[in-house]
Design a protein around this ligand. Sequence first.
Ligand SMILES: Cc1cc2nc3c(=O)[nH]c(=O)nc-3n(C[C@H](O)[C@H](O)[C@H](O)COP(=O)(O)OP(=O)(O)OC[C@H]3O[C@@H](n4cnc5c(N)ncnc54)[C@H](O)[C@@H]3O)c2cc1C
Length: 434
Amino acid sequence: MLYEPIGHDPAHWPDSYWRASCPALPPCPPLARSSTVDVAIIGAGYAGLNAALELVESHGADVAVLEAAQPGWGASGRNGGFCCLGGTKLDATAITRRIGAAGAAEWDAFEHAGIARVRDNLARYRIDAQTTETGEIQLAANARAWARMQRAGGEVLDATQLREHGLNTAVYPGGAMTRAGFGLHPYAYVTGLARAALAAGVALHGDSRVTGLTPAQAGWTVQTAQGQVHARQVLIATNGYSDERLPGWLHRRILPALSHVMVTEPIAPADLQAQGWTRHLMAYDSRTLLHYFRLLPDNRMLFGARGGMSFRPAPVARFAREARQAFDMIFPAWQAVPAAYHWNGLVCLTTSRAPYIGPVPGAPGLFLALGWHGNGVAAASHGGRCAARALMGVADAAPRLTRRPPARFPLPRKLALRAGMALAGLIDGPLRPR
Ligand SMILES: Cc1cc2nc3c(=O)[nH]c(=O)nc-3n(C[C@H](O)[C@H](O)[C@H](O)COP(=O)(O)OP(=O)(O)OC[C@H]3O[C@@H](n4cnc5c(N)ncnc54)[C@H](O)[C@@H]3O)c2cc1C
């Protein structure tokens, strides 16, 4: 385990704004017997629950989902709610170089299909996830990034135009608009999926950490503290919270990384006007260690920052202070607006810089779907569905980019993370008022 146990402890579920503003799902009881199903899924986040729904609804499979805490405890219940393009750290040129133009087009279609998938889920399962306006703005963190954005073309807005569009900050010289995606309430979405899975007949077990995975006749035995499931196939959908012994093949092939979120008290309309930020559009900046933010339906500002190395209270508090300093610099008119909530969680990176959806090499019947690179609302939702189809034997169900098993990290990962962050900090440079 790369981080302190507290970060993985079901008893430590952050008091996030999301949990405070959404009815909780009634607790799902633990697995307390021995059962047999077609497919066992480990992890009840977007990936696991979408896979379960796909398996039951489209393939009539008998499915059990085993969750160490309760559905949505992981990143799926505590993220920023950006339902947006993403899922890889590779840009279009690098993807084309790796798998060709057709593969790059297929991946691009996958990212868009992810957003459509979430919209479809919300409508199909009647989930009120408080969606916000369509689109996303990437803000240039410095003059160099702004020049690059202008050269790339597309719909760019300079600082004056940003102000005219209700997107004024004291920092960013310009931005590029993408007309895709929307904001949502991540916990309402994941608990809505869990309700839909229960209604569809999925055996959904909370407080059921999987502690062992052993080959058995025609499948696998999946062990929890109080029970076991025998399944022909198993899908591991545990992303940043994975136990790297399940299976041992996973060891050092993923890099869980911290993301931190602050949500303020509601901001008064006059203060929104004073800052000139009045839109409920998703926004993020061009830094590697990016800041991401969006105004929530009740006019609280959600402000996220990637980085940090530990779940210990002192470094977490230090990181929260730094994030607040960035917030105050970007939105000086809101310096007096108190923060109401802070929390963090784990995302998942891989050496291939792309997700992996596919079989565990050398372990027939065992599949993985993980590595959404900090953007899993859409990608893990659709990726979970692709994994389910792959399990059912559909050829090429997952996009080509996700079919290459990730290699092991060659260096000690915390060292690599620390070095990567230091380098990113140098390249990004300090955030400065415009
Ligand atoms: C603070 C934060 C902000 C983010 N913001 C955004 C955003 O705005 N937009 C976006 O697209 N993405 C965002 N992400 C990333 C996104 O939330 C994830 O990519 C996505 O939720 C991953 O879904 P998942 O189902 O793969 O994994 P998770 O939701 O993390 O679920 C994995 C589950 O597996 C369970 N588990 C682990 N081990 C076991 C075991 N042995 N037995 C049983 N269960 C186990 C865990 O308890 C957990 O509930 C953010 C992430 C964080 C942490």
